[in-house]
Design a protein around this ligand. Structure first.
Ligand SMILES: NC(=O)c1ccc[n+]([C@@H]2O[C@H](COP(=O)([O-])OP(=O)(O)OC[C@H]3O[C@@H](n4cnc5c(N)ncnc54)[C@H](O)[C@@H]3O)[C@@H](O)[C@H]2O)c1
Ligand SMILES: O=P(O)(O)OC[C@H](O)CO
Length: 344
Protein backbone atom coordinates (compact mmCIF):
# COMPACT_ATOMS: atom_id res chain seq x y z
CA UNK A 1 0.00 0.00 0.00
CA UNK A 2 1.28 3.50 -0.79
CA UNK A 3 1.94 6.13 1.86
CA UNK A 4 0.08 9.42 1.78
CA UNK A 5 1.70 12.73 2.72
CA UNK A 6 -1.41 14.80 3.28
CA UNK A 7 -0.50 16.17 6.73
CA UNK A 8 2.98 17.63 6.05
CA UNK A 9 4.31 20.07 8.67
CA UNK A 10 1.75 19.09 11.30
CA UNK A 11 2.62 17.84 14.79
CA UNK A 12 1.06 15.02 16.79
CA UNK A 13 1.80 13.71 20.29
CA UNK A 14 1.14 10.08 21.21
CA UNK A 15 1.08 8.63 24.75
CA UNK A 16 2.44 5.90 25.30
CA UNK A 17 4.95 3.70 23.42
CA UNK A 18 3.29 0.29 23.90
CA UNK A 19 2.20 -1.84 20.93
CA UNK A 20 -0.90 0.15 20.02
CA UNK A 21 0.53 3.61 20.70
CA UNK A 22 3.54 2.81 18.50
CA UNK A 23 1.39 1.38 15.69
CA UNK A 24 -0.97 4.37 15.66
CA UNK A 25 1.96 6.80 15.90
CA UNK A 26 3.35 5.09 12.79
CA UNK A 27 0.06 5.59 10.94
CA UNK A 28 0.16 9.30 11.76
CA UNK A 29 3.83 9.53 10.73
CA UNK A 30 3.11 7.75 7.44
CA UNK A 31 0.31 10.26 6.89
CA UNK A 32 2.87 13.06 7.09
CA UNK A 33 2.64 14.15 10.74
CA UNK A 34 5.78 14.85 12.72
CA UNK A 35 5.05 12.56 15.64
CA UNK A 36 6.50 12.60 19.13
CA UNK A 37 5.82 9.39 21.01
CA UNK A 38 5.99 9.91 24.77
CA UNK A 39 7.36 7.13 26.96
CA UNK A 40 8.47 7.04 30.59
CA UNK A 41 11.32 4.73 29.56
CA UNK A 42 14.50 6.58 28.43
CA UNK A 43 16.08 3.43 26.93
CA UNK A 44 13.00 2.82 24.82
CA UNK A 45 13.03 6.45 23.62
CA UNK A 46 16.70 6.11 22.69
CA UNK A 47 16.05 2.90 20.76
CA UNK A 48 13.18 4.47 18.82
CA UNK A 49 15.25 7.56 18.00
CA UNK A 50 18.47 5.82 17.01
CA UNK A 51 17.41 2.41 15.69
CA UNK A 52 13.81 3.25 14.65
CA UNK A 53 12.57 0.17 16.48
CA UNK A 54 10.37 -0.67 19.44
CA UNK A 55 11.81 -4.12 19.95
CA UNK A 56 9.86 -5.04 23.09
CA UNK A 57 6.40 -4.45 21.63
CA UNK A 58 6.77 -4.62 17.85
CA UNK A 59 9.97 -6.56 17.12
CA UNK A 60 11.32 -6.79 13.59
CA UNK A 61 9.64 -3.66 12.25
CA UNK A 62 11.34 -0.41 11.20
CA UNK A 63 9.45 2.67 12.35
CA UNK A 64 9.09 5.78 10.13
CA UNK A 65 11.86 8.42 10.41
CA UNK A 66 9.29 11.11 11.23
CA UNK A 67 8.30 9.21 14.37
CA UNK A 68 10.54 10.26 17.26
CA UNK A 69 10.28 9.51 20.96
CA UNK A 70 10.68 11.66 24.06
CA UNK A 71 10.38 11.29 27.83
CA UNK A 72 9.44 14.98 28.16
CA UNK A 73 5.74 15.84 28.26
CA UNK A 74 6.37 19.48 27.41
CA UNK A 75 8.37 18.57 24.31
CA UNK A 76 5.78 15.96 23.25
CA UNK A 77 2.94 18.49 23.29
CA UNK A 78 4.77 21.53 21.89
CA UNK A 79 2.75 22.79 18.89
CA UNK A 80 0.84 19.49 18.79
CA UNK A 81 -2.48 19.87 17.04
CA UNK A 82 -3.43 16.29 17.86
CA UNK A 83 -2.88 14.34 21.09
CA UNK A 84 -3.55 10.61 21.12
CA UNK A 85 -3.74 8.75 24.45
CA UNK A 86 -3.12 5.00 24.29
CA UNK A 87 -2.04 4.22 27.84
CA UNK A 88 -3.47 1.09 29.47
CA UNK A 89 -6.73 2.01 31.23
CA UNK A 90 -5.05 1.61 34.63
CA UNK A 91 -2.46 4.27 33.71
CA UNK A 92 -4.67 6.68 31.78
CA UNK A 93 -5.40 9.10 34.63
CA UNK A 94 -1.74 9.25 35.68
CA UNK A 95 -0.56 9.91 32.11
CA UNK A 96 -3.28 12.51 31.45
CA UNK A 97 -2.44 14.29 34.70
CA UNK A 98 1.18 14.66 33.56
CA UNK A 99 0.12 15.87 30.09
CA UNK A 100 -2.52 18.35 31.29
CA UNK A 101 -0.27 21.35 32.08
CA UNK A 102 1.14 21.32 28.52
CA UNK A 103 -2.05 20.66 26.60
CA UNK A 104 -3.56 23.52 24.58
CA UNK A 105 -7.34 23.90 24.51
CA UNK A 106 -7.30 23.68 20.73
CA UNK A 107 -5.41 20.36 20.55
CA UNK A 108 -7.63 17.62 19.13
CA UNK A 109 -7.77 14.95 21.83
CA UNK A 110 -8.38 11.29 20.98
CA UNK A 111 -7.92 8.06 22.91
CA UNK A 112 -7.62 4.46 21.71
CA UNK A 113 -7.70 2.62 25.04
CA UNK A 114 -10.15 -0.20 25.79
CA UNK A 115 -11.24 -0.42 29.41
CA UNK A 116 -12.84 1.32 32.39
CA UNK A 117 -11.14 2.95 35.36
CA UNK A 118 -10.91 0.46 38.22
CA UNK A 119 -13.00 1.50 41.21
CA UNK A 120 -14.76 4.52 39.69
CA UNK A 121 -15.95 2.45 36.66
CA UNK A 122 -15.56 5.59 34.54
CA UNK A 123 -15.12 5.47 30.78
CA UNK A 124 -11.82 6.75 29.39
CA UNK A 125 -13.37 9.89 27.85
CA UNK A 126 -14.56 10.83 31.35
CA UNK A 127 -11.14 10.18 32.92
CA UNK A 128 -9.42 12.27 30.23
CA UNK A 129 -11.99 15.05 30.45
CA UNK A 130 -11.53 15.28 34.22
CA UNK A 131 -7.74 15.45 34.01
CA UNK A 132 -7.53 17.73 30.96
CA UNK A 133 -10.24 20.11 32.18
CA UNK A 134 -12.48 19.59 29.14
CA UNK A 135 -15.98 18.37 28.49
CA UNK A 136 -16.13 14.63 27.62
CA UNK A 137 -17.75 15.82 24.36
CA UNK A 138 -14.34 17.25 23.43
CA UNK A 139 -12.63 13.85 23.56
CA UNK A 140 -12.90 11.34 20.70
CA UNK A 141 -12.31 7.59 20.83
CA UNK A 142 -10.74 5.42 18.15
CA UNK A 143 -11.70 1.74 18.29
CA UNK A 144 -12.52 -1.32 16.20
CA UNK A 145 -10.92 -4.57 15.00
CA UNK A 146 -7.26 -3.60 14.89
CA UNK A 147 -4.23 -5.48 16.12
CA UNK A 148 -1.01 -3.46 16.29
CA UNK A 149 0.96 -6.33 14.73
CA UNK A 150 -1.10 -6.02 11.51
CA UNK A 151 -1.41 -2.22 11.40
CA UNK A 152 2.36 -1.79 11.73
CA UNK A 153 2.73 -4.04 8.66
CA UNK A 154 0.17 -1.96 6.75
CA UNK A 155 -2.37 -4.77 6.60
CA UNK A 156 -5.83 -3.47 5.61
CA UNK A 157 -7.66 -2.36 8.77
CA UNK A 158 -10.93 -0.55 9.47
CA UNK A 159 -11.73 1.40 12.62
CA UNK A 160 -14.26 3.88 13.91
CA UNK A 161 -13.73 7.28 15.53
CA UNK A 162 -16.56 8.32 17.83
CA UNK A 163 -17.14 11.85 19.03
CA UNK A 164 -20.17 13.91 20.00
CA UNK A 165 -18.59 16.62 17.84
CA UNK A 166 -18.82 15.61 14.15
CA UNK A 167 -16.16 18.13 13.15
CA UNK A 168 -13.69 16.62 15.64
CA UNK A 169 -14.52 13.11 14.44
CA UNK A 170 -13.91 14.16 10.86
CA UNK A 171 -10.59 15.80 11.78
CA UNK A 172 -9.51 12.55 13.42
CA UNK A 173 -10.76 10.59 10.41
CA UNK A 174 -8.65 12.77 8.09
CA UNK A 175 -5.58 12.46 10.32
CA UNK A 176 -5.57 8.65 10.47
CA UNK A 177 -7.16 7.56 7.21
CA UNK A 178 -4.92 6.21 4.46
CA UNK A 179 -4.77 3.42 1.90
CA UNK A 180 -4.46 0.64 4.51
CA UNK A 181 -6.23 2.29 7.46
CA UNK A 182 -9.88 3.12 6.79
CA UNK A 183 -11.69 5.23 9.39
CA UNK A 184 -15.46 5.64 9.83
CA UNK A 185 -17.11 8.15 12.17
CA UNK A 186 -19.85 7.45 14.71
CA UNK A 187 -21.47 9.90 17.18
CA UNK A 188 -21.99 7.16 19.82
CA UNK A 189 -19.03 7.55 22.18
CA UNK A 190 -20.61 5.47 24.98
CA UNK A 191 -21.37 2.56 22.64
CA UNK A 192 -17.90 2.53 21.10
CA UNK A 193 -16.17 2.67 24.49
CA UNK A 194 -18.36 0.00 26.12
CA UNK A 195 -18.03 -2.36 23.14
CA UNK A 196 -14.24 -1.95 23.01
CA UNK A 197 -13.90 -2.69 26.72
CA UNK A 198 -16.30 -5.63 27.14
CA UNK A 199 -15.17 -7.60 24.08
CA UNK A 200 -11.92 -8.28 25.94
CA UNK A 201 -13.85 -10.26 28.58
CA UNK A 202 -15.50 -12.38 25.91
CA UNK A 203 -12.08 -12.94 24.27
CA UNK A 204 -10.71 -14.24 27.57
CA UNK A 205 -13.68 -16.64 27.55
CA UNK A 206 -12.98 -17.67 23.95
CA UNK A 207 -9.36 -18.38 24.87
CA UNK A 208 -10.47 -20.44 27.86
CA UNK A 209 -12.89 -22.36 25.66
CA UNK A 210 -10.20 -23.12 23.06
CA UNK A 211 -7.72 -23.99 25.80
CA UNK A 212 -10.17 -26.49 27.26
CA UNK A 213 -10.38 -28.14 23.85
CA UNK A 214 -13.90 -27.04 23.00
CA UNK A 215 -14.72 -26.38 19.37
CA UNK A 216 -16.04 -23.77 17.00
CA UNK A 217 -19.63 -24.20 18.19
CA UNK A 218 -18.65 -23.08 21.67
CA UNK A 219 -16.69 -20.10 20.35
CA UNK A 220 -19.52 -18.98 18.08
CA UNK A 221 -21.86 -19.21 21.07
CA UNK A 222 -19.54 -17.09 23.20
CA UNK A 223 -19.22 -14.47 20.47
CA UNK A 224 -22.97 -14.29 19.87
CA UNK A 225 -24.12 -14.36 23.49
CA UNK A 226 -21.17 -12.08 24.35
CA UNK A 227 -22.55 -9.56 21.90
CA UNK A 228 -25.90 -9.79 23.68
CA UNK A 229 -24.15 -8.93 26.97
CA UNK A 230 -22.27 -6.03 25.42
CA UNK A 231 -25.51 -4.68 23.92
CA UNK A 232 -27.45 -5.02 27.17
CA UNK A 233 -24.87 -3.16 29.25
CA UNK A 234 -24.17 -0.62 26.50
CA UNK A 235 -27.79 0.34 25.94
CA UNK A 236 -28.32 0.62 29.72
CA UNK A 237 -25.36 3.04 29.73
CA UNK A 238 -26.94 5.16 26.98
CA UNK A 239 -25.44 3.65 23.81
CA UNK A 240 -27.10 3.30 20.41
CA UNK A 241 -27.79 -0.46 19.91
CA UNK A 242 -26.76 -0.17 16.23
CA UNK A 243 -23.17 0.55 17.29
CA UNK A 244 -22.86 -3.06 18.47
CA UNK A 245 -23.53 -4.32 14.93
CA UNK A 246 -20.60 -2.21 13.68
CA UNK A 247 -16.81 -2.28 13.73
CA UNK A 248 -16.45 -1.39 17.40
CA UNK A 249 -19.03 -4.07 18.30
CA UNK A 250 -19.21 -7.30 16.38
CA UNK A 251 -16.09 -6.43 14.34
CA UNK A 252 -13.81 -6.11 17.34
CA UNK A 253 -15.45 -9.01 19.14
CA UNK A 254 -14.76 -11.35 16.22
CA UNK A 255 -11.13 -10.31 15.77
CA UNK A 256 -10.29 -10.48 19.46
CA UNK A 257 -11.95 -13.88 19.96
CA UNK A 258 -10.28 -15.44 16.90
CA UNK A 259 -6.93 -13.73 16.23
CA UNK A 260 -3.58 -15.26 17.14
CA UNK A 261 -2.47 -11.72 17.99
CA UNK A 262 -5.03 -11.24 20.76
CA UNK A 263 -3.52 -10.84 24.19
CA UNK A 264 -6.87 -11.49 25.84
CA UNK A 265 -7.48 -14.70 23.88
CA UNK A 266 -3.93 -15.90 24.65
CA UNK A 267 -4.27 -15.16 28.36
CA UNK A 268 -7.60 -17.05 28.40
CA UNK A 269 -6.07 -20.07 26.69
CA UNK A 270 -3.23 -20.13 29.26
CA UNK A 271 -5.71 -19.96 32.14
CA UNK A 272 -7.49 -23.07 30.85
CA UNK A 273 -4.90 -25.43 32.32
CA UNK A 274 -5.41 -23.95 35.78
CA UNK A 275 -2.35 -21.64 35.72
CA UNK A 276 -2.69 -18.89 38.35
CA UNK A 277 -3.76 -15.51 36.98
CA UNK A 278 -0.61 -13.73 38.23
CA UNK A 279 1.63 -16.26 36.44
CA UNK A 280 -0.31 -15.85 33.21
CA UNK A 281 -0.10 -12.04 33.35
CA UNK A 282 3.63 -12.20 34.05
CA UNK A 283 4.19 -14.56 31.13
CA UNK A 284 2.16 -12.28 28.84
CA UNK A 285 4.34 -9.21 29.61
CA UNK A 286 1.78 -6.98 27.88
CA UNK A 287 -1.43 -5.45 29.08
CA UNK A 288 -4.42 -7.85 29.18
CA UNK A 289 -7.25 -5.35 29.66
CA UNK A 290 -9.97 -8.02 29.93
CA UNK A 291 -8.86 -8.98 33.45
CA UNK A 292 -9.49 -5.59 35.08
CA UNK A 293 -12.49 -5.06 32.80
CA UNK A 294 -14.11 -8.28 34.07
CA UNK A 295 -14.18 -6.84 37.58
CA UNK A 296 -15.42 -3.46 36.33
CA UNK A 297 -18.14 -4.99 34.13
CA UNK A 298 -19.26 -7.29 36.95
CA UNK A 299 -19.78 -4.16 39.08
CA UNK A 300 -21.41 -2.23 36.21
CA UNK A 301 -23.84 -5.10 35.60
CA UNK A 302 -24.94 -4.79 39.20
CA UNK A 303 -25.11 -0.98 39.04
CA UNK A 304 -27.24 -0.99 35.88
CA UNK A 305 -29.13 -4.17 36.82
CA UNK A 306 -28.35 -6.05 33.61
CA UNK A 307 -27.73 -9.76 33.19
CA UNK A 308 -24.15 -10.62 32.09
CA UNK A 309 -23.74 -14.37 32.65
CA UNK A 310 -20.47 -14.82 30.71
CA UNK A 311 -18.91 -11.89 32.57
CA UNK A 312 -20.18 -13.28 35.88
CA UNK A 313 -18.59 -16.70 35.20
CA UNK A 314 -15.31 -15.11 34.08
CA UNK A 315 -15.34 -13.11 37.32
CA UNK A 316 -15.69 -16.36 39.28
CA UNK A 317 -12.77 -17.94 37.41
CA UNK A 318 -10.45 -14.92 37.66
CA UNK A 319 -11.21 -13.70 41.15
CA UNK A 320 -13.12 -16.35 43.11
CA UNK A 321 -11.24 -19.58 42.46
CA UNK A 322 -13.85 -21.22 40.21
CA UNK A 323 -12.49 -23.74 37.68
CA UNK A 324 -12.93 -23.00 33.96
CA UNK A 325 -14.88 -26.27 33.52
CA UNK A 326 -17.30 -25.33 36.30
CA UNK A 327 -17.81 -21.97 34.58
CA UNK A 328 -18.76 -23.74 31.35
CA UNK A 329 -21.12 -26.10 33.21
CA UNK A 330 -22.74 -23.13 34.92
CA UNK A 331 -23.26 -21.33 31.60
CA UNK A 332 -24.68 -24.40 29.87
CA UNK A 333 -26.88 -25.24 32.85
CA UNK A 334 -28.60 -21.87 33.18
CA UNK A 335 -32.40 -21.88 33.28
CA UNK A 336 -33.98 -22.05 29.85
CA UNK A 337 -34.71 -18.66 28.31
CA UNK A 338 -35.65 -16.87 25.06
CA UNK A 339 -33.00 -15.59 22.70
CA UNK A 340 -35.01 -12.42 22.04
CA UNK A 341 -38.09 -10.98 23.70
CA UNK A 342 -41.38 -12.56 22.56
CA UNK A 343 -43.50 -10.35 20.30
CA UNK A 344 -47.00 -9.96 21.78
N1 LIG B 1 -2.12 -3.93 21.10
C1 LIG B 1 -3.13 -3.78 20.26
O1 LIG B 1 -3.15 -4.35 19.16
C2 LIG B 1 -4.30 -2.91 20.65
C3 LIG B 1 -5.24 -2.61 19.69
C4 LIG B 1 -6.33 -1.81 20.03
C5 LIG B 1 -6.43 -1.30 21.30
N2 LIG B 1 -5.47 -1.60 22.24
C6 LIG B 1 -5.63 -0.99 23.55
O2 LIG B 1 -4.58 -0.04 23.73
C7 LIG B 1 -4.28 0.08 25.11
C8 LIG B 1 -2.78 -0.11 25.28
O3 LIG B 1 -2.49 -1.45 24.92
P1 LIG B 1 -1.11 -1.92 24.30
O4 LIG B 1 -1.40 -3.21 23.62
O5 LIG B 1 -0.44 -0.83 23.57
O6 LIG B 1 -0.30 -2.24 25.64
P2 LIG B 1 1.20 -2.74 25.77
O7 LIG B 1 1.26 -3.73 26.87
O8 LIG B 1 1.76 -3.12 24.45
O9 LIG B 1 1.96 -1.41 26.23
C9 LIG B 1 1.57 -0.71 27.38
C10 LIG B 1 2.55 0.45 27.58
O10 LIG B 1 2.08 1.26 28.64
C11 LIG B 1 3.20 1.65 29.42
N3 LIG B 1 2.73 2.01 30.75
C12 LIG B 1 2.11 1.22 31.66
N4 LIG B 1 1.82 1.92 32.76
C13 LIG B 1 2.28 3.18 32.56
C14 LIG B 1 2.28 4.37 33.35
N5 LIG B 1 1.77 4.39 34.57
N6 LIG B 1 2.83 5.49 32.81
C15 LIG B 1 3.36 5.47 31.56
N7 LIG B 1 3.39 4.38 30.77
C16 LIG B 1 2.84 3.25 31.28
C17 LIG B 1 4.11 0.43 29.39
O11 LIG B 1 5.41 0.77 29.77
C18 LIG B 1 3.96 0.03 27.92
O12 LIG B 1 4.87 0.77 27.14
C19 LIG B 1 -5.12 -0.99 25.84
O13 LIG B 1 -6.28 -0.37 26.35
C20 LIG B 1 -5.49 -1.96 24.72
O14 LIG B 1 -6.71 -2.63 24.97
C21 LIG B 1 -4.42 -2.40 21.94
O1 LIG C 1 -4.75 -8.11 21.75
P1 LIG C 1 -5.97 -7.72 22.53
O2 LIG C 1 -6.76 -8.89 23.01
O3 LIG C 1 -5.61 -6.75 23.63
O4 LIG C 1 -6.94 -6.91 21.53
C1 LIG C 1 -6.39 -5.84 20.82
C2 LIG C 1 -7.45 -5.05 20.07
O5 LIG C 1 -8.36 -4.50 20.98
C3 LIG C 1 -8.14 -5.80 18.96
O6 LIG C 1 -8.96 -4.91 18.25
Amino acid sequence: MTETKAQAGRRAAVFVAGSWGTALASVLAQNGFDVLLWTRNADQAEQINTKHENSKYLPGVKLPQSLRATTEMKEALQNAELALFVAPSAAMREVAKQAAPFMKETTLCIHATKGFETGTLKRMTTVLAEELGRSPDQIAVLSGPSHAEEVIRKQPTTVVVASADLEAAEQAQDAFMNAYFRVYTNPDVAGVEVAGAIKNIIALGAGLSDGLGFGDNAKAALITRGLAEISRLGTAMGANPLTFAGLAGVGDLVVTCTSKHSRNWRAGSMLADGSPLDDVLERMGMVVEGVKTTRAAYELASRYDVEMPITAQLYQVLFAGSSPRTAVENLMGRLKTHEIEQIE
